[in-house]
Ligand binder design. Structure first.
Ligand SMILES: C[S@@+](CC[C@H](N)C(=O)[O-])C[C@H]1O[C@@H](n2cnc3c(N)ncnc32)[C@H](O)[C@@H]1O
Length: 347
């Protein structure tokens, strides 16, 4: 039998909590991945930028509970109460220690240890629900959408990127009802396929869910959706589903709401989040599906010399095209110039 792991005191953004250091795996008694700090940073920044107050928040797959603790400490003005839940057997005991250690008032947090969908369905609903599972969010979407308030926000993380980004197309088809793409656009297409899947579940309940912030990072994709209740909202969202480059169906609408990105104020030392938000902000100003990847185009068009990115931006802008870097590729440019124009400008 594996040696029993003992919890220690960890720290994230100044909050002390119980967890396990060392190799990250789903077998940890309380799951914590320090590399996902940016995922939690983005949620904190978005909740602050959203502009709503008195929010009822649900963290049904809470792991160590660090996300809930951060929400309560860092979004004190925005959040009235967080309900944190996880099936891990040691969750309740360690969360009690965390709550005491961090001086969280009992009126601001409740903790429980149930299956996440059961937990959600027994609740009276939330303004913000965070679905952060191992792998696919599919098992939790229905309950989360049913318990999301009329104009609530749903945050979804998916770590099964091998399916969404086309390594396993049959899995993508089975789980996300769409054909992925295993080319340079695979992560953007994966994000758009995930968005459509969430929107389809929502449309069953006459809800339109629109992404306000989407990105792919490391081994996961992440989308924050704002809900609008009503048949016409759902229909308007469904009208924006379609195929692109032979993949899909997928969401072909906007991936970002510029007005929210503009309000995201990043602390000076949160460099990863700052860099990501800066690029997303640029991308949001060019609301086009896909991008041109200089390496991919050079190889497909047998062009030996590659222009520098800044040179391409200057050429595109001098011809009146919009252009921005994309976080989906280090050598990608999101632009309204089509591929023929782009290739000519590369030469
Ligand atoms: C990726 S971890 C969550 C990490 C956490 N949100 C964070 O930010 O650190 C997924 C968590 O879901 C829990 N879990 C898995 N299946 C569950 C279920 N059906 N109901 C409730 N919790 C579940 C696991 O115990 C694990 O802690």
């Amino acid at each position: 039998m594996a040696k029993a792991m003992r919890p220690g005191i960890l720290d994230e953004r100044g909050i002390k909590f119980l967890g396990y250091a060392g190799k990250v795996s789903a077998q940890m008694p309380l799951f914590y991945n320090p590399a996902m700090q940016i995922n939690r940073d983005m949620a904190v920044l978005l909740l602050k930028a959203w502009g709503e107050e008195e929010l009822q928040v649900c963290d049904p797959l809470a792991g160590t509970g660090i996300r809930s603790l951060r929400f309560l400490k860092e979004c004190a003005k925005q959040i009235r109460r967080v309900d944190a839940n996880d099936v891990a057997p040691s969750f309740m005991a360690s969360m009690k220690w965390n709550i005491k250690r961090n001086g969280v008032a009992s009126s601001r947090i409740s903790i429980s240890s149930q299956e996440a969908s059961v937990f959600l369905l027994q609740s009276s609903g939330y303004d913000y629900i965070e679905i952060d599972p191992f792998g696919s969010p599919n098992p939790f979407l229905d309950a989360a959408i049913r318990r999301l308030s009329r104009r609530g926000m749903l945050a979804v993380t998916a770590t099964d990127t091998a399916a969404l980004a086309g390594t396993y197309p049959a899995v993508c088809k089975r789980k996300y009802w769409a054909d992925p793409l295993h080319q340079v656009w695979m992560h953007e297409v994966g994000v758009r396929i995930l968005i459509r899947k969430v929107q389809l579940i929502a449309s069953q309940y006459d809800r339109g869910l629109r992404p306000v912030l989407s990105y792919a990072d490391q081994h996961y994709v992440r989308v924050f959706f704002r809900s609008q209740k009503g048949k016409s909202s759902a229909d308007e969202v469904l009208a924006l589903h379609g195929a692109w480059r032979g993949a899909g169906p997928m969401w072909l609408g906007d991936l970002w709401d510029e007005s929210i990105l503009r309000k995201m104020r990043v602390p000076n030392d949160w460099t990863d989040a700052a860099r990501l938000i800066e690029v997303l902000h640029g991308e949001a100003s060019v609301p086009i599906v896909g991008f041109h990847d200089i390496h991919d185009l050079a190889s497909r068009h047998r062009q030996a010399s590659l222009p520098r990115m800044d040179v391409m931006f200057a050429r595109l802008k001098s011809k009146g095209y919009r252009a921005a870097r994309t976080h989906f590729s280090g050598v990608g440019i999101r632009t309204d110039a089509d591929e023929d124009v782009f290739i000519r400008l590369m030469q």
